[in-house]
Design a protein around this ligand. Structure first.
Ligand code: TEU
Ligand code: CA
Length: 574
């Protein structure tokens, strides 16, 4: 629409560098690999690439533990490679955004090395240090009961200065002290301006709502009396100074006209989200809300053997909560179903039981995402309908610290009880972040064409299904998931008025099998009908479809009838 910011109508393709394309056969994806794939990326009809962290890092959390913001992790390439990539994107009319990880650094960052060296070091206060507490028996205890997001206490004892430091994620990711104005300046210069000056167009901002903790760092409410640590989101999400910090950060970003998309977990109210994304607030361009991707995962989901499951009504209300952000407001929203922390959407929300259902449900999900309002995100491999890792795989194939921590903890606590370990594997099949990190499936060649030759050993095992599910096969097949996604990205541009900007309304809220909604733009109206079940369903024609005032714009079943086939979807132009 005239006068709107460019990023509202953009489609953003997310790249996980380690798993995208390996150019030099060391089994690790790299920046030259991304550069060589830019024609492919452009062919998808996307406008922006978002690169997950490619900074220098010991890779304890796959680069979300940054040791130096101004260097590139060696196996990925160099700063010069990044400059080539940035220019190559811009030459093609693509924008490029990076991941901004500044809630914490790596413990190998020189700031932390200095901070931990002595209590009087000028950078001592750049991280969050606290003395021990002692219990009635004189035993040393952490300063509070917060549980780390990856399990265990969120505090680590440091022998050198005999104090604890806070780490909301793994031990090697100490939290930065955002209350220190000098530290904030250093972050803006090193993590943001260094790259903005090189021409990057913005950032995906990691864990953006966790910088400001509750003053006093008090205990979290005890919800799990059997444990000595507690889930503590209430103590470190959306803290009192967060909006002040983000406005300050935005002052820097706006000098470069940079866009931002913040990761905003555990923020569920409309007002809570609007505080971050209302244009008048001058904080972030948009955020990721987690209602949809959290469906069926369980809350503090570790050590669960059964999962809550999800119903279509839950899904509808999750979608509604992201669509409502823009209803009568000056805010903007996002559309995504996958990222590097989530299982594959076809496995979770469609079906990977048979190749036919896999293809059809992947297309149905593509129809949903392409017709929802907001900036759209596609995660690498989603465009070919990649699925979760095979159930037969053992723990050796899982590499994520979150997964391996959890498995090791289970084995320790239960003394290797085989039943408990089997349950832990079942949990990982359900919730592991590894599923999205398998190598991109380029072709039926060895290692899915991820590495240039068969002698390479990819850092994660490629999915067993790559001979049948890969880019090369799908590029020449008009009926493939890939061809379908390309059609949808074209249609999204053509019908942006309704698809990107239109008003969303659910028409069949109580229906647990079919999701029907309308999208009303200024000049066009759409009706979207999606059968989320693996059974034939009735197509209930809404009153808006009278006589010949409508036509089928796109569908995923040949010659649609009065009934909806399993996972059939239709986008109807009124
Ligand atoms: O994730 C933050 C986050 O809160 C979750 O999505 C998290 O991955 C999940 O709950 C763990 O089970 C971001 C990144 O996307 C993730 O890859 C990083 O590990 C994390 O921050 C720390 O930087
Ligand atoms: Ca490589």
């Amino acid at each position: 629409r005239v006068g709107e910011k460019w990023w509202k109508n953009a489609i953003i393709y997310q790249i996980y560098p380690a798993s995208f394309k390996d150019s030099n056969n060391d089994g690790i994806g790299d920046i030259p690999g991304i550069i060589s794939s830019l024609d492919y990326i452009t062919s998808l009809g996307v406008d922006v690439i978002w690169l997950c962290p490619m900074y220098d890092s010991p890779q304890i959390d796959m680069g979300y533990d940054v040791a130096d913001y101004e260097k590139v992790y060696e196996p990925y390439g160099t700063v010069e490679d990044m400059e080539v990539l940035i220019d190559a994107c811009h030459e093609r009319g693509l924008h490029i955004i990076l991941d901004l990880v500044v809630n914490h650094t790596s413990d190998q960052h020189k700031w932390f090395q200095e901070s931990r060296s002595s209590k009087t070091n000028p950078k001592r206060d750049w991280y969050i240090w606290k003395p021990a507490k002692y219990d009635a028996n004189g035993k040393r205890q952490p300063p509070n009961n917060w549980r780390s997001i990856f399990g265990g206490s969120a505090w680590e004892w440091d022998e050198t200065t005999e104090e604890y430091y806070l780490h909301l994620f793994c031990v090697e990711q100490p939290d930065v002290n955002w209350e220190n104005a000098v530290t904030r300046r250093a972050i803006y210069e090193s993590a943001m301006e260094f790259w903005l000056k090189k021409g990057v167009d913005g950032f995906r901002v990691d864990t953006v709502n966790m910088y400001s903790k509750q003053p006093g760092l008090g205990d979290a409410p005890v919800l799990d009396p059997k444990s000595d640590t507690q889930v503590a989101f209430s103590q470190f999400c959306n803290g009192p100074r967060i909006h002040e910090y983000l406005r300050e950060m935005n002052d820097v970003l706006s000098k470069y006209d940079a866009m931002t998309v913040g990761e905003c977990p555990n923020t569920h109210t409309l007002d809570g989200v609007l505080r971050y994304v209302s244009a008048a607030e001058k904080q972030l361009s948009m955020v990721f809300q987690f209602d949809l991707v959290d469906l069926g995962m369980g809350k503090d989901y570790k050590f669960l053997t059964t999962f809550p499951g999800w119903t279509l009504r839950d899904l509808k209300s999750a979608v509604k909560s992201t669509q409502d952000i823009i209803k009568g407001t000056d805010a903007w929203t996002t559309v995504f179903m996958e990222n590097h922390d989530q299982g594959r959407s076809v496995t979770r929300f469609g079906s990977d039981k048979t190749p036919e259902l896999r293809v059809r449900s992947a297309k149905m999900l593509a129809m949903m995402q392409s017709t929802l309002s907001g900036t759209q995100f596609i995660y690498q491999g989603q465009e070919i309908g990649m699925v979760n890792a095979p159930k037969e795989w053992t723990i050796d194939e899982y590499k994520d610290i979150d997964s391996t921590n959890y498995y090791q903890m289970t084995s320790k606590i239960t003394n290797n009880d085989p039943v408990e370990l089997e349950n832990a594997m079942a949990s990982l099949q359900h919730l592991a972040r590894d599923h999205s990190r398998l190598p991109m499936q380029w072709s039926a060649d060895a290692n899915a064409g991820f590495s240039p030759s068969s002698s390479a050993k990819p850092w994660m095992r490629p999915h067993d299904n790559y001979p049948e599910l890969n880019v090369k096969l799908q590029e020449t097949d008009d009926a493939s998931v890939l061809s379908f996604w390309k059609q949808m990205t074209r249609l999204r541009k053509e019908y942006a008025d309704a698809m990107v900007f239109g008003e969303f309304e659910i028409l069949d809220e109580p229906n647990q099998n079919v999701f029907t909604y309308s999208k009303k733009g200024l000049n066009t109206s759409l009706l979207v009908v999606l059968n989320f079940s693996d059974k034939v369903q009735k197509f209930e024609k809404p009153d808006t479809l009278k006589g010949d005032n409508w036509k089928l714009l796109v569908g995923n079943v040949e010659g649609p009838s009065e009934e909806l086939q399993a996972f059939e979807g239709r986008v109807i132009l009124i």
